[in-house]
Write a protein that binds this ligand. Sequence first.
Ligand code: SF4
Length: 350
Amino acid sequence: MSSLESPRTGHAHTSHSHAPLSLEVPLRHDWSLTEVRALYDLPLLELVYRAQTVHRQVWKENKVQLCSLLSIKTGGCPEDCGYCPQAARYKTGVAAEKLMAVPEVLAAARQAREAGATRFCMGAAWREVKDGPQFDSVLEMVKGVKSLGMEACCTLGMLSDAQAQKLKAAGLDAYNHNLDTSEQHYGDIISTRTYDDRLKTLARVRNAGISVCCGGIIGLGESVDDRCGLLVALANQEHHPESVPVNALVPVEGTPLAKNARVESIDLIRTIACARILMPASMVRLSAGREQMNEEAQLLCMMAGANSVFFGEKLLTTGNPEHEKDLALFAKAGVAPLEPNVDVPVVAKQ
Ligand code: SF4
């Protein structure tokens, strides 16, 4: 049973601030590949209609959360994820940098909050968390982001039970660790850690009481069955991830997947719609690849159940042309952003 379910009803239920309000939609954890493939292959508008129907039953306020992602430690990663420009082994022009200082990170979080973000995700290009001064700095960053009244999320690679507990004690809301693709396709993309390693990290996060952010990437050369297999792997976990980022590969020169074909928007919309139907109470996040989509395709993703968008690496400064474009789209379409938490006082600039 998912943590979002009432023990009595097995229906969507949570006290989280962005909680779906309805208790009407049952959560299932027994999806078959055949069932999901049949959904994926529906005529697009039928699929979007079904996804929107589920979405409105659960997410009655129909708001979209703005999230900001900051790379707090860029490049030099020892892993070999075939899509990633931060892997040290690929010649992508991404230099290995040191971990950012705590005040720098908090200044970025503050800017993001001023521009309307309510969730701040900090990513480090590490294989795993190592105890020591760097991890201690990350704990300070988490505390600082929380003091700004934002949701704090980290993605730091694999971690131990004790490290997960320390992150929880610092106030971390969510930990991102993606499954990336289906178990069958996984070995073609990554060899330096296994699918099982990923599931173990997710279990540690869950056991520490941190909410799970787990999704994947489409456009990795996977088949449609692999895409559906990823969705099955996510939805059939004992607890649905509270947050499901759906990314489209942005091919980067120097990585093994540099020549992969661009993902068609319609494929991304289908994947989001299936994620919404399979995991009704999860936040489905339209993540990497959004920049390549036109406005209408982005709106169709929201119609299909995406209720969060990522602003990638760019800072959400007002005056940032891309951010202004995003806000203009929201205004034109009447999409309501989820309000920042206004109860928390603004802390002095550092
Ligand atoms: S672990 Fe993360 S940073 Fe490292 S190569 Fe894989 S995706 Fe990139």
